[in-house]
Every structure is written in C-alpha cells, then in structure tokens.
Design a protein around this ligand. Structure first.
Ligand code: SAM
Length: 343
C-alpha cells in the first residue's frame, strides 16, 4: 500500500479526502433541496420534529429524515434528539430572512449552474462555455427571458455583495466623492451599503431594464429613493458621465478580454480626470492554498465565457483602456478591491 494512505485519522487519508471531494455534487444537491423546501425557514423558531417539518414543507417524512440526517452529518443541521432537528450556525444562512442569507445562492447553484456544469468536460476540451451549448443563448439573455430565475440570480449576487459592500464602505476613502455610479449594480446592495456609511453621497445604479425595475423597489424599501437614480442602460455603450467614483463589482469577470476592455473603455469615456474606478472581483493569487476564486473561475469558464484574473491581468486591461492601477486591498475571503486612475 502507498505509505501516504496510512494517515492516523481515517477521514484524512488521501483516498478519503478524494472521496469526500468527489461527493461534492451530492452535498450541493442536498443543500439545494433543503433550500428549495425551505427547511431552514421551517426550523427558524427552534428545533422541530421531522414529521412537523415534513408537513410544513411538503415532503415524505421518512425521506426527509434521511436528508436531514445527512445534512446533520455535514454540519448544516443538528439532530438534538431522535427525529428532532435544529439549525446550526452554518444552516442558519439557508434561512431566507437573515442578513447575508445564502438561500438564493443555494438555489442558483443548481437551477442556473447545474446543467452547464455537467458539460465542464466540453468546456475544458474546447475552451468554450457550456452554457450556450445547453441553453442555446448567453446567460444574461437566458435570465432576461426567465423572470423567476432572474430574481433568484440577482438575490444570489446579493449574498456575495452584502459583506463586501460594508467592507468597501468602511475601507475606501469616499470623502471627496459626491456621486458614485454602480455600473451593473444589480439590486443595489453594494450602493446601499456605501450610502448607509456616507451620508454626503448620492448614487446612480445602471443595469439592464429588467433588473433596475427590482433595484428601484429594493432601494426604495431601504429608504434610498431620494439618493439613488436607477438608469436603464448597456455598459457596452454608455454610462452616466462626469461623476466621481465608478464601481464595477463582479462585472469584468463575466466577460472575455475583448468585452472586458469594451466595458472599461465605456467607463473611461464617461470619467473625468479626478474620478476613480473601483473594481471588486475574486482576484487570483499564486499558490496552492484553498482559493474560492479558482473555482469561481471555472464557473466563468462554464457559464459566462469570462474568467477570474490576477492583479497583473487587471493591470493589462487597465493599461489598454486608459487607466493605471493605483492600489488594491482585500475585502472578504474571496474578494479584492482594485482602484484604478484615468491616465
Ligand atoms: C454578476 S452580476 C453583478 C451584480 C452586482 N454588481 C453585484 O456585485 O452584485 C452582473 C450584473 O451585470 C448586469 N449586466 C449584464 N449585462 C449588462 C449590460 N450589457 N449592461 C448593464 N448591465 C449588465 C446584470 O444584469 C447583473 O446585474
């Protein structure tokens, strides 16, 4: 036997580690079903017996017990006594009503990603996205034609952006800015976080018309309707001109170099000399440490035809479009903020 297979903790043996990794699809599906059935919402007020949860969520009790038991083995739930489960801290993020909820993200990973990811082999063999092969159209066209999935997708993006929005609002110096333009701003979570910290700032959110409709609703629920203007637009052609800070959060990674340059060039044309570009992305750093950015990069390969990039690759894109990288700083685990200056 290979001596490396003789680890003292059996779960840390290399073959066990590989086995656990290759079962990731089963884990993702178990979490998806928990999200779809809203099991975490059913447990929001405390531990509950399986029969009661089954009735509430519309599931067969014996099968639901097997799902909940598996989720307890993964640390998402805890079986507090026979047939009675509660949420763990991890599982709490599957509730749909908590700050930083990952409920929509769990739905998206199956309902948006699953079928294209089955064709990762195609993408790796050809370098082409699988999304178009499976759905016959590009992702944002597909979302435009699918109201329910678009709403879930935008809410999923909110899970990524909530903490980063707070981190950007706290760590970037907005003292000289009057107006921040969030280009491709989704439902406005990032902009809302910046405005919440900086009372002197107004915002403009630009996105596709089918998205700004919901953004208007979200921003007005947050009491920001007087401070944010939502603009229907296309970042390949024009963004509002003459403002102070332009944000591109999780935008450039969706696109190949040619289209990323077009987005940057549109921003550059709109920006006065004093303005700053704030790019927020999962930057790729060298090394073999666990890095979510490197998995997200595969998501970009499979679904969007974009990629996650290193700081050097961003510097190249900036140089080609009239910008210079001024500085970068880490936000949360996977995200980095990069500040670029017009030249
Ligand atoms: C990955 S999401 C990021 C959203 C938001 N910036 C965030 O961080 O949550 C990409 C956004 O780009 C928008 N988008 C895609 N194509 C666009 C276009 N041509 N013009 C403007 N927005 C576009 C999408 O509607 C979506 O809101």
């Amino acid at each position: 036997m290979d001596r490396r297979l003789e680890a003292s903790d059996p779960s840390e043996r290399p073959d066990s580690v590989l086995h656990r990794l290759m079962s990731g699809a089963w884990v993702a599906q178990s979490i998806y079903v928990a999200a779809k059935l809203r099991i975490a919402d059913a447990l929001a007020s405390g531990p509950a017996p399986v029969d009661e949860v089954a009735e509430r969520v519309g599931a067969q009790p014996a099968a639901l017990f097997r799902l909940m038991r598996a989720l307890a083995s993964l640390g998402v739930l805890r079986e507090v006594e026979s047939n009675r489960f509660e949420l763990t801290d991890v599982g709490t993020y599957l509730r749909s009503d908590v700050a930083g909820s990952m409920h929509a993200l769990a739905l998206t990973i199956t309902e948006f990603d699953w079928d294209p990811w089955k064709q990762l082999l195609h993408s790796v063999r050809t370098g082409e996205t699988a999304f178009e092969l499976v759905h016959g159209k590009e992702p944002f066209d597909y979302l435009r034609d699918n109201d329910e999935l678009r709403s879930v997708f935008s809410r999923a993006m909110t899970s990524y952006v909530t903490e980063n929005g707070i981190a950007v609002a706290e760590s970037y110096d907005f003292s000289h800015a009057r107006t921040v333009v969030d280009v491709g701003g989704g439902h406005g979570t990032l902009l809302a976080a910046i405005l919440a910290q900086h009372a002197h700032i107004d915002g403009i959110l630009l996105d596709l018309p089918e998205v700004t409709e919901q953004a208007r609703h979200e921003l007005s629920s947050a009491g920001l309707e007087d401070r944010v203007t939502c603009v229907d637009g296309d970042f390949f052609t024009e963004v509002p001109a003459g403002k102070d800070v332009y944000v591109l959060a999780s935008i450039l990674h969706d696109w190949d170099a040619e289209r990323a340059r077009r987005i940057l060039a549109t921003c550059r044309r709109a920006m006065p000399e004093h303005a700053r570009l704030l790019v927020i992305e999962a930057v790729i750093f060298p090394g073999n440490e666990p890095a979510f950015a490197k998995l997200l990069d595969l998501e970009m390969l499979v679904c969007f035809g974009g990629r996650e990039r290193s700081l050097d690759e961003y510097a190249e894109l900036f140089a080609a479009t009239g910008f210079r990288m001024e500085k970068s700083f880490p936000l949360r685990a996977a995200a980095t903020a990069i500040v670029a200056v017009p030249i």
